[in-house]
Write a protein that binds this ligand. Structure first.
Ligand SMILES: [Zn+2]
Length: 268
């Protein structure tokens, strides 16, 4: 599932490709992906509108067409493509935007868990937690969020109401970087550990963005290419392989129904 770095990589590429373009048509081939409007309304509201801003909140993309907002969640396998001619799954192209300039944008989604919404005002996402790259994400804020919780730290990281945008891959990687066991209870973390965690969250997400995201299955960049960050993962999907710091085999456990990878020696 795309996490913050993949969605941010897509956002940046889309901004480069189609920001300030004016929409001619949007065709919806799979109406079920539109969650809160009819296909007619969804198409008509954006007609002839200029795309003035593309923002990201957690794993959501927010397209501002002159104060008509199209919000997208990529689900498990949603991707945007500039060019669908090389697509491996042309039958899974569900939406096509055509701009006045002749540029086109395609939404492909093999598993169809992606979702689109239309809003007349900017959605506020009040149920989502703090953005890891916002000024609100401080050590003190993280400590306040963590210190009295009895849940395990990995589940805490993946709970979107605490910190927004972290999923299964980056939760394991962040905990490895911070040297904290995924089994550790939030309330047992020391100030020093919370400080390591705070840095690790920003470093891991930042370098994943720099590497254009992690391609493990469906995720591709807007140009249809693989991300590069899978080449830099230290524990995710490395069960049985030697830890790159201490050579102890990486372990795999299940937490909250999700595979979790960690080094039993480096992470306490
Ligand atoms: Zn190790």
């Amino acid at each position: 599932m795309p996490e913050l770095p993949e969605v941010e990589t897509i956002r940046r590429a889309l901004a480069e490709y189609c920001l300030n373009e004016t929409l001619e048509t949007v065709s919806v081939k799979t109406p079920a992906l539109i969650k809160n409007a009819s296909v007619d309304r969804f198409s008509n509201e954006f007609h002839h509108k200029q795309l003035v801003e593309i923002e990201r909140r957690a794993k959501f993309l927010i397209f501002n067409f002159e104060n008509r907002y199209m919000v997208c969640h990529l689900g498990m396998s949603g991707i945007f493509l500039k060019d669908a001619s090389q697509s491996r799954f042309p039958q899974h192209i569900h939406l096509i935007w055509e701009f006045k300039s002749g540029k086109r944008l395609y939404y492909q989604d093999v598993r169809k868990f992606g979702k689109f919404w239309l809003y007349d005002t900017q959605p506020d996402f009040t149920n989502l937690g703090v953005e890891p790259f916002s000024e609100h994400f401080t050590f003190e804020r993280l400590k306040a969020l963590i210190q009295h919780k009895k849940t395990g730290i990995k589940l805490f990281l993946m709970d979107q109401s605490n910190i927004a945008g972290i999923g299964n891959i980056y939760a394991s990687e962040i905990l490895f970087r911070a040297g904290i066991s995924p089994l550790k209870k939030c309330s047992d973390l020391s100030d020093r550990e919370i400080r390591s965690l705070y840095s690790a969250i920003q470093e891991i997400l930042q370098s994943a963005i720099k590497n254009f995201g992690t391609t493990y299955s469906a995720y591709r960049t807007v140009s249809g290419e693989n991300g590069q960050n899978q080449n830099f993962l230290k524990v995710y999907q490395k069960a049985g392989l030697p830890c790159h710091q201490c050579a102890t085999p990486i372990e795999k456990i299940i937490l909250g129904n999700r595979s979790t990878f960690y080094c039993p020696r480096c992470q306490k």
